[in-house]
Design a protein around this ligand. Sequence first.
Ligand code: SAJ
Length: 438
Amino acid sequence: MIKEELMQLIQQRRANVAVIGLGYVGLPLALTFAKAGFYVVGVDSDEEKVEKLNNNESYITDVSNAELRKHVDSGRFRATTDYSVLAEIDAISISVPTPLRKTGDPDMSFIALASQQIAPYLHRGMVIVLESSTYPGTTRELVLSNLTENSDLKVGEDFFLAFSPERVDPGRKDYTTYNTPKVVGGITKNCTEVAAAWYGQALETIVPVSTSEVAEMTKLLENTFRMINISMINEMAIMCDRMDIDVWEVVDAAATKPFGFMKFTPGPGLGGHCIPVDPMYLSWKMKTLNYTARFIDLASQIDSNMSRYVVGKIQDTLNRFKKPLKGSTILLMGIAYKPDINDLRESPALDIIHLLLDKGAIVGYHDPFIPELHAAGLNMASETELVAAVEKADMVAIITNHSKVDYKMIYEKAQLIFDARNALKDIAPAEDIKVVKL
Ligand code: SAJ
């Protein structure tokens, strides 16, 4: 009966919803449920975030203030730091961070804390879905045990627990939380059914799978696939360089193959909060099972070496023009981890800046999305007089190719250019010696 009653609440969209963790995944998800007609409480430990949200102020680029205000004004969305609201909640989605520790091991503290904070409010007829990217087994081994430590409720009968990987790509307009297919896998068949029914009321396409482990592993396959292919193309760039072959031309030519090939482009390394991180969760889990995930470990080695490789190319190029790196002014163009966003997490530019400074270079940057840099022990400001900065620099290094940059001006005014993204593809003639590509 419990399952049927909950399913009815879900179908009638009378189930009270909570989303724990209001970041780039949780906030869009919360408002997607609100848009579908559910009453949603967003729970976050950050009081500042909660206050901003209740004052119609969005800190997530994918959520406009107007969109937020619509749901706050309608009463369908509100934010709080108070977990006791969960006593009245029927359906909870958990989207808290799963970063890596300095040791490279998974930091499960956010998931552990969230599940411990839910536990006192766990009641019959509740469904809980974990969204945070993590190693296979987390939902069953960590979340379920925390939820039922002091409870005799039975999963799959009294309450329902599943995993559903987030597939949010910040800044993307074509695919949103609503229209990106959503994989859902439960601890039991009933769990899958209830979680899929709930998500199916708000999202366009649900992909039910048999267990939470399948769902957890699906996400890791998606992002491990990307990580390994990006590191493979970076190694291709190194190999092409050894043979004085233009890897960019090779990639473009290979991409004309209409089947059996997927284009990846070389770069200064792997940034972001997903691709360099999620596969390490799988690698860690396999170590606990006495297995070495060789592809992941090799890809991680190649990717983490790319910033050093880029600095080596910069040094060699200056050398050819009889300029020591020490004392040379290097202007980095673009420091975000990928084009047209303002996210610095794991950005290779941060490593490159440190490496250049360690070698005595004078380093500046320009990034239209990042007016000030206060991260990784660096405190810098984006150059505002760009033309003067480009002319003054001994070398301009294009690290992230934001689209709204005047690359023609950079090509014309710069003395030397290192182009890690082939940003000058349609501007600089291939034989121009002042431009060196990755
Ligand atoms: N990168 C390359 N060459 C490539 C692709 C990426 O060097 O060919 C670099 C980027 O510059 C960046 C890093 O790899 O530093 C990651 O790039 P990404 O395009 O994978 O961007 P992310 O980290 O925002 O990945 C997200 C992921 N989404 C989720 O995890 C939900 C990923 O699965 C998406 O496929 C990706 O967005 C996307 O397609 O944009």
